[in-house]
Design a protein. Structure first.
Length: 366
């Protein structure tokens, strides 16, 4: 019988607590064509999992090079984000990252707090599913142990704002059903979509943790919400792919970024001071581009438009990509996108005048 058994990732236990049911023994993987047919027929993407393949040695070498090239940039923006997170909760946040893109960023925010202030902040990672909402059992667990006002939700980046919208709607529904009112602000390291109020940057930067699947996220799968397995009172689920441990880059990525903290400390301080009066309200700047692209390419749903480096990478890794739109001035930052697109035979099309570095388009169902 499945229970809320703690999920043991490849991260050190003190860095994050996953509020996820361990489904590692369940055969949930399906090929891409089966998953896309299920989604096109109205099924939710979280009912089954994509097959996680071992990364090719050449791609892992590229990933290692990208981490080395971008560690300082990520460290700087993590530091700026962490300072906002700490200030937003008077120095005592309970960071709740959204698995799994938010998980490594949550760990880095926690590491910055320890580096800069010798502060140890709690960090949990929970599931949110577009179209189904946030895990209310996990919320119950959190509010029973922490001041609800101290919770702060965190993700890796924004695309067109689907998760920010889902978070706000889920927390409103949670309050209506008797839960406490929880702050719906979302923190991300990169916010090119203009959907968050706490962010390191609104530039569409490369966050290398977007470039791999479980092997940069503690060997944890995407989260699963399958009613046949997740019964009332259970957390949403996930699997741990221990068989991929030999290719795991989860802790190497974290260590490379946090090793850059001393070099960027003064830059972070200067930026925090300079940006103190910055208008950080959500402006949803990416939506016009997404709607225009949907119309120009005659796509039946805006969910087939995946904007930004992070979302485009996900499309190439685990969906059926149709083509990738690339902003002409951003080719240099997209080496991994070019490599993945070439591997899968996906054309790159130059597309100027958008706030994103690139946009992945999912092939419409026949």
């Amino acid at each position: 019988m499945l229970t809320n058994k703690a999920l043991a990732s490849s991260y050190s236990p003190g860095e994050v607590t996953f509020l996820l049911s361990d489904l590692s023994d369940q055969p949930l993987e399906r090929d891409l064509q089966t998953r896309e047919r299920n989604i096109a027929a109205g099924g939710n993407y979280a009912q089954i999992l994509p097959i996680e393949y071992r990364p090719a040695p050449e791609y892992l070498a590229l990933f290692d090079e990208l981490v080395a090239c971008h560690a300082n940039e990520v460290a700087e923006n993590v530091g700026v984000l962490a300072e906002q997170v700490l200030a937003a909760r008077d120095g005592h946040p309970v960071v709740v990252s959204l698995a799994r893109a938010g998980t490594p960023i949550g760990i880095l925010v926690r590491r910055w707090a320890e580096f800069a202030y010798s502060a140890s902040i709690p960090h949990y990672s929970i599931s949110i599913v577009r179209g189904r909402g946030i895990d209310s059992v996990a919320l119950d667990h959190l509010v029973a142990r922490h001041d609800p006002a101290s919770l702060l939700f965190l993700d890796g980046w924004t695309g067109k704002g689907a998760i920010a919208t889902e978070l706000a709607a889920s927390l409103a529904a949670y309050a209506k059903t008797g839960g406490p009112a929880l702050p719906a602000e979302l923190a991300v390291v990169a916010d090119p979509g203009g959907c968050a109020t706490l962010f390191g940057t609104r530039d569409d930067i490369l966050v290398p943790s977007a470039c791999l699947n479980s092997t940069v996220c503690g060997l944890v799968s995407r989260t699963v919400l399958n009613d046949e397995l997740i019964k009332p009172g259970m957390f949403h689920g996930a699997k741990v792919y221990r068989e991929l441990a030999g290719d795991d880059r989860s802790n190497a990525f974290l260590d490379a970024v946090s090793a850059a903290f001393p070099q960027v400390r003064e830059t972070v301080r200067a930026r925090v001071t300079a940006e103190r009066g910055l208008d950080r309200s959500s402006d949803w700047r990416g939506l016009d581009s997404v709607r225009r692209i949907q119309h120009e390419f005659a796509l039946p749903s805006w969910h087939l438009v995946k904007p930004g480096i992070g979302e485009t990478t996900r499309v190439l890794l685990r969906r059926l990509p149709w083509q990738v739109l690339v902003r002409p001035d951003r080719h240099a930052a997209l080496r991994h996108v070019r490599a993945l697109a070439a591997e899968r035979g996906v054309p790159l099309v130059e597309y100027p005048g958008m706030p994103y570095s690139c946009v992945g388009l999912i092939r419409p169902a026949a």
